[in-house]
Design a protein around this ligand. Structure first.
Ligand code: V47
Length: 380
């Protein structure tokens, strides 16, 4: 049963916090920091999930979006190699395994997809000390020329800020040049957790939280929509998570430029935090992965979509997430290094038909989308 006005399930939860949230939602009230902490601390996953599922269905019905996309990681050389202790992907310029692709190599890599025509390139990489902005604008122009109609979602806020430093110009100037070259949107990486103590522990020299927000604010002002993320499952507290979500919600109130929120599950293999620093944690569990989706849906009431990243949490958890507030599934991917270097055991690619089946078998309606969430093909 649902309440007639607000589509909130009548819920008798054993958890006071979840009952309070249910009452607030039914009354049309916004959740606050304490509510968000209570949801992250809740042991009533099914109760939290049912609330999130109702909110998602009210926004998106039975539709679940996915994209035919390809990830490209042009370089793993990164000036933050020794300070972002959670990262397994970065290398020093002369370190074994360091690579930087030429434009020709990127174009060759872009033609890997076999199961479906690519509609989106997702491009993220390291902070290379020497690559100029023109390396990226040339890449975007070449990809758009070779694949007419394709969307390019490229460069995290951290990479934008790094390029601004190299070019000695503003974030806005970098973004404007990328847009002119054909950039469609920005991915949401680099946010990690905004809280100072967490950032000092896991990403000491990385772009500060306020600067991450400023890059996204500037992008939105230029008409470039963006995604947002949170990296969870390392040293953060439940309050850190709650504060992070409220900060994202605050920027969305201001600009309305976020398209989707993606909780990113920390993978501890082959990085200093997981293997060398005496971190007492363990990889995230299915329970935590689903809870992060559900709490994201409930707190980020102004963000249209919540995405599950199947390479990190597995296709199985991603499928179940579709009943916990999620309406957006990572795409075909094709080839990916950031999580697989960190020990993700999932395949690198999901064939287009398998993605459609994964969504259908969850009882949902698959909708292939472009980067801007326009429906390209609907599987009724
Ligand atoms: O910011 C790095 C994460 C992010 C690890 O916008 C790790 O659609 C887990 O931007 N374990 C970059 N995560 C990836 C990114 C992204 C990914 C998926 C979808 C979208 C989108 C954007 O990868 C980094 C960091 O948070 N990451 N190392 C690790 N060991």
């Amino acid at each position: 049963m649902t309440s007639a006005l607000r589509d909130v399930p009548d819920l008798t939860s054993h958890d006071d916090g979840v009952r309070t949230v249910a009452e607030k939602l039914a009354a049309g009230e916004r959740l606050d920091l304490d509510d968000a902490v209570a949801l992250f601390e809740s042991r009533d996953l099914i109760g939290v999930g049912a609330l999130a599922d109702a909110q998602n269905r009210a926004k998106n019905g039975q539709r679940v979006f996915f994209s035919s996309n390809q990830h490209i990681n042009p370089t793993n050389v990164c000036v933050l190699r020794n300070t972002c202790v959670f990262c397994s992907f970065a290398r020093m310029p002369k370190e074994e395994g360091a690579y930087t692709r030429t434009l020709e190599e990127v174009l060759a890599e872009a033609s890997r997809a076999k199961s479906s025509p690519t509609r989106e390139f997702h491009i993220v990489g390291g902070l290379h000390p020497k690559l100029r902005l023109s390396y990226y604008t040339d890449m975007i122009r070449a990809l758009r020329a070779a694949y007419p109609g394709v969307h390019v979602k490229a460069l995290t806020a951290v990479e934008i800020a790094h390029l601004a430093r190299i070019e000695r110009c503003s974030f806005r100037e970098v973004l404007a040049q990328l847009k002119e070259a054909g950039l469609t949107s920005l991915p949401g990486g680099g946010a990690e957790v905004f809280g100072r103590a967490v950032r000092m522990t896991i990403a000491d020299r990385k772009l500060a939280g306020d600067d991450w927000l400023e890059v996204h604010r500037q992008a939105h002002a230029l008409g470039i929509p963006t995604n947002c993320t949170m990296l969870y499952g390392h040293v953060e507290t439940m309050r850190d998570r709650a504060e992070h979500l409220l900060i994202l919600r605050g920027l969305q109130d201001e600009t309305g430029g976020f398209l989707t929120y993606i909780p990113l599950a920390y993978h501890p293999d082959h990085n200093a935090l997981g293997e060398e620093m005496g971190w007492q944690g363990r990889p995230t569990t299915g329970i935590d992965d689903l809870l992060n989706i559900a709490v994201g849906r409930l707190v980020l009431d102004n963000v249209p979509h919540i995405k599950t990243h199947w390479p990190m949490v597995s296709p199985f958890v991603s499928q179940v997430a579709l009943h916990f507030g999620c309406d957006d599934v990572e795409g075909t991917v094709v080839y990916e290094r950031v999580y697989h270097e960190a020990g993700a055991l999932t395949p690198m690619e999901m064939a287009y038909d398998d993605l459609v089946r994964l969504i259908r078998d969850a009882g949902k309606v698959p909708v292939e989308r472009d980067s801007l969430y326009h429906a390209v093909r609907t599987f009724d």
